[in-house]
Design a protein around this ligand. Sequence first.
Ligand SMILES: [Zn+2]
Length: 569
Amino acid sequence: MAFSLRLAAALVSASLAAPVLAHDRDDDCKEGRSLRLVNGRIHTMDAKDRVVSSVLIRNGRFASVGHGGGGDDDCTKTINLHGRTAVPGIIDNHNHIILLGLRPGRDTRLEFANSIPEALATLKARASQVPAGEWVTSIGGFHRNQFIPDPQPIRFPTLDEMTAAVPNHPVFIMESFSGPGATNAAGKAILEANGVVVGADGSVAANAPSLQALFYLRSTQTREQMLRSLQDAMAYAAGVGVTTHLDQGGFPSVGNNTDGAANFDRYRAYDSLRALYAEGKLTNRIWVNFLHMEADANTPELRARLLNVFNDFGDDMVRVLGIGEFTGGGLFPIGEAWMNGTRLVAQAQWRNENHSLGFNVGGVPDWKIIIDGWQAVQNEELAAGRAGIANLRWTLAHVPFIDDEYLQRLKGLGGQISVVGAWRWLTGTATGNGPPFRTILASGIRAGMSSDGMQISVMSPWVNLYYVVTGKNARGLLINAGQTLDRKQALRLYTADNGWFLNAEDKMGTIEEGKFGDLVVLSADYFSDRAVPDEKIKDLRSVLTVVNGKVVYDDLDGRNRDYWKAGLP
Ligand SMILES: [Zn+2]
């Protein structure tokens, strides 16, 4: 049953993952430990679109691509892929893995649940891994739209359903930034004792009630639990084939019951990342942008950041890349704080990223405001004899709507587009649709793909790609007709094109000699619509994920599938 395969990727990987040691050396092997993969259909996604049967990874990089040969020795491990399809490690150029790693409770991604029974089975399977009494949670990254096809009304699982599926753990699930949510009987008792209003059916209303529940859960969290949560988040990513994230930060928290799922403590938010890095326990590459949201028109916080942090600094596992997805001001590109922040980033010669949600601000679409604002800053900078932004790869993200005129303007500024898929899959409508993938590619501008998980969207690249390829939302409605891409074009946005996107086109995105040894072996052949009909694209997962030449997820023998069959109702 496909569902159990998907669960396996999500949940078991934590216990199977081997740590990646960023500076791994083994004195017994003069040339280091090597990994050879043979007998695969390995799509390199290189400029010639080569498909090879074998690769050798040595010292974390592809040392040989498609030359076969060579046997096992004490320093080389060989894995036979038995004809399976492999692709470069997926690069998610805009997501919020750091926020996911800060979630309270035992996080349970619901992104593969396509019905109420599947959501319940996922929660039940997660509970079976967790000591009785501990919270099982799912905060952000799913929506009721997934559970019920159009046109029946959407709903959460009820209290009775969740209590039957998970009787011995409190459960809390919550959509997006601030709910609504739902709980089971054990959860209701605890939440009500801590000031949360819960309906008789287990419902927790959006905003104040959901945020009170989140505040309570966060108040019980320890540093050790946060470390484990980030490891779980990376294990989940490895299970779906994401090997590199460009994290886009969080909103400043105030530490009370007004904070939503996307708020974090800016002083402490990266503690787990730094600790796991220092211990050599990162199983994904996590590169970061710093999000700046501040009302003060002089943007003192952004100024301090630019003055005191090294730009484009770090190593291949953890790297500071730029400012984003906000540059002073608030949620929208408006006002002096945003313009001043933009000027400062240009003058400091940093990379910059802003999101466009396609909303009108003062009657003007946000994408026009951003691109016009960037052009104004560019004009000022060049007039002042400074370098300007043309070589900085400034990025407009999500971009549900844009036209060719503005694509050409952004292209003229050396800018690029990060397109998102599963946000619209989750909550998109016939009018709230896009991005116009074909229009963007036809413009010739640099573009790459992201999930924008973990609040308003799902992380799985396969759910994101499903939307790009089919144009259908989670309720089964075709909403992006005329703007879909074929499978290879779509995957290229998530691999080769994202190498450029991360200022690392010489290091990642394709399987070529000298590039990072990051690769994903898929559960089925994505490139074959006979093996994987369109509707099944969103069920794909990894069965073997390699990061930096190390296996960080391994389900080639299908043991996860068997394990999870036993856990299903
Ligand atoms: Zn984002």
